[in-house]
Write a new protein. Structure first.
Length: 72
């Protein structure tokens, strides 16, 4: 499943970040493979808002479509 398909309140684990460009962007947000995040909001035609360690991170829809996750 891709991160943009997560539902509000769902806890997911990042399983794969496919390419280096996307991986670098995700690391700048403090996200990496194996990280557990909570989906706070999926804004229609907008970003996916996740929380990790009490920090909210808004991830652009195109970036979220490339990040693979699995429910925890």
């Amino acid at each position: 499943m891709q991160l943009d398909k997560a539902s509000r309140g769902q806890v997911v684990k990042i399983t794969e970040i496919p390419n280096d460009r996307v991986r670098v962007q995700a690391i700048r947000f403090g996200l990496s493979e194996g990280a557990v995040v909570t989906c706070r909001e999926v804004v229609p035609a907008g970003p996916v808002v996740v929380t990790r360690n009490k920090q909210e991170i808004a991830i652009g829809r195109n970036l979220a479509k490339t990040i693979s996750v699995e429910p925890c």
